[in-house]
Design a protein around this ligand. Structure first.
Ligand SMILES: Cc1cc2nc3c(=O)[nH]c(=O)nc-3n(C[C@H](O)[C@H](O)[C@H](O)COP(=O)(O)OP(=O)(O)OC[C@H]3O[C@@H](n4cnc5c(N)ncnc54)[C@H](O)[C@@H]3O)c2cc1C
Length: 407
């Protein structure tokens, strides 16, 4: 390699940025990753987890990451129960029902702790040719006809890199997106996602529960150790109360919020850990690419966690960008306009469909407007057309809707 010359420089060493780096390394691109923190894989309290769908498992398997993730233990989702407290109807989704469109599908998804997902990725990165600048901050970049000049600071040193393509994988508040002058569509939900891990009398039986409450959804995701990780969307005042109340009072509030349908399945909640909260927003970049710049993962789109789709969507960005970069034309100049435009076009429909689906889930279940009640009845299995809706939910939850092509 010629000094600090790269084909692709990726800013952001989260799961999306690292899988992209590994894929491009396999395609023999010269790749660098700039990450502002030193890697750390220890468990947080509460655990920060993501539910990865069946489609994302395939992506991680192709990269050789999945065995390392599975070896550390995943919470397997074989069933999903969607309910609305106060409404006795519900939708039951079962991995076995997916046989028609994904015959090998045993599970709908896998709940993985973020550190346990990143650790095997970084282990592979270490034995790859990718150059990692960790504890490094991007200072500025300049785009010219023949490439991007990038200045960063690492361990008190100024470092200059040159690349054909600069990828923003730097999360929701992407510096790359802002410095490239790419605006956002979206809004602040004025809601927080409160997360905690809880144990229940009956264990989880590989079942995830989605409870759609008027004030926001509440999800129970099965963990490898038999507990549930909860994600509870709450208004700021409610979230503040939930964060500050005693464990005992919190457990009572959680049981009330989950409603009878869920509690009758999981049993009483017997314990909780510390709680944490994350602000919720919808933001979709107005452009996913510009000449010599591409955005992936949360840098391109941040969606409500209600349907657990953000990371899954980010992995599909990686698949699409790699498809565009896998060819002789791209190897001549990976940042050229035609490749960048092709990537943006591939992603537009999927991102808008998932963002729209996620939005409609939270609105239909949270709304009192005329027609919403009818849609809820439809969704919760009280009307005869419900099986088709169940099928749609099943395909979305498993990621099978997007298998066989990332367009
Ligand atoms: C409560 C909650 C629950 C969720 N549950 C799910 C779920 O069940 N399923 C799912 O699919 N998704 C879920 N998501 C969404 C998911 O967590 C995100 O979509 C995913 O983490 C995005 O990955 P990323 O790599 O794009 O960004 P990030 O994970 O944010 O990583 C960005 C990386 O870039 C680095 N960085 C940032 N700025 C710079 C800079 N200037 N220079 C260098 N490095 C920088 C950061 O340190 C970080 O390492 C959830 C989100 C929340 C908030």
């Amino acid at each position: 390699m010629k000094g600090n010359d790269f084909d692709v420089v990726i800013v952001g060493g989260g799961a999306v940025g690292i899988t992209l780096a590994l894929e491009l390394d396999r395609l023999e691109y010269r790749v660098a990753v700039i990450e502002r923190f030193e890697a750390s894989f220890s468990s947080s309290n509460p655990e920060r987890v993501v539910a990865l769908n069946y489609g994302s498992r395939g992506h991680l398997e192709r990269l050789g990451i999945w065995p390392g993730v599975a070896a550390q233990g995943t919470g397997d989702i074989r069933h999903i129960v969607v309910s609305e407290p106060g409404n006795r109807g519900r939708v039951d989704l079962d991995a076995a029902d997916g046989l028609g469109f994904a015959p090998d599908m045993q599970e709908l998804g896998y709940v993985v702790e973020m550190g346990k997902l990143l650790e095997p990725m970084y282990a592979l990165l270490e034995v790859s040719s990718v150059q990692l600048f960790s504890g490094a901050m991007l200072q500025q970049f300049n785009i010219s006809d023949d490439g991007v000049d990038i200045d960063l600071q690492s361990a008190g040193q100024n470092i200059h890199l040159k690349a054909s393509l600069l990828v923003g994988a730097d999360g929701t508040h992407s510096q790359i997106r802002q410095m490239a002058g790419i605006g956002l569509y979206g809004w602040d939900y004025n809601r927080f996602a409160l997360v905690a891990s809880v144990s229940c009398e009956n264990g989880h039986n590989d079942t995830a529960h989605e409870c759609f409450r008027k004030s926001g959804p509440l999800a129970f995701l099965p963990l490898a150790d038999g507990r549930y990780s909860i994600v509870w969307a709450a208004a700021p005042a409610e979230a503040t109360q939930l964060l500050s109340m005693s464990d005992e009072v919190f457990i009572s509030a959680l049981q009330r919020a989950a409603g009878e349908t869920t509690i009758s399945r999981i049993g009483s909640i017997t314990g909780t850990c510390k709680r944490a909260s994350y602000p919720l927003e919808l933001s979709v970049a107005k452009q996913f690419s510009k000449p010599r710049i591409a955005l992936v993962g949360n840098a391109a789109h941040t969606i409500h966690p209600v349907a657990g789709q953000g990371m899954n969507l980010g992995f599909r960005d990686v698949v699409s960008l790699v498809e565009m970069l896998d060819g002789e034309l791209a190897h001549r100049d990976p940042g050229q306009s035609i490749i960048m435009q092709g990537y943006a076009e591939k992603r537009r429909l999927d991102v808008m469909a998932v963002a729209g689906f996620t939005e409609s889930m939270s609105h239909i279940f949270g709304s009192e407007v005329p027609g919403a009640k009818w849609l809820r009845a439809l969704g919760l299995g009280k009307l005869p057309v419900a099986p088709s809706l169940s099928g749609l939910l099943l395909k979305q939850a498993s990621g099978v809707a997007q298998l066989g092509g990332s367009q």
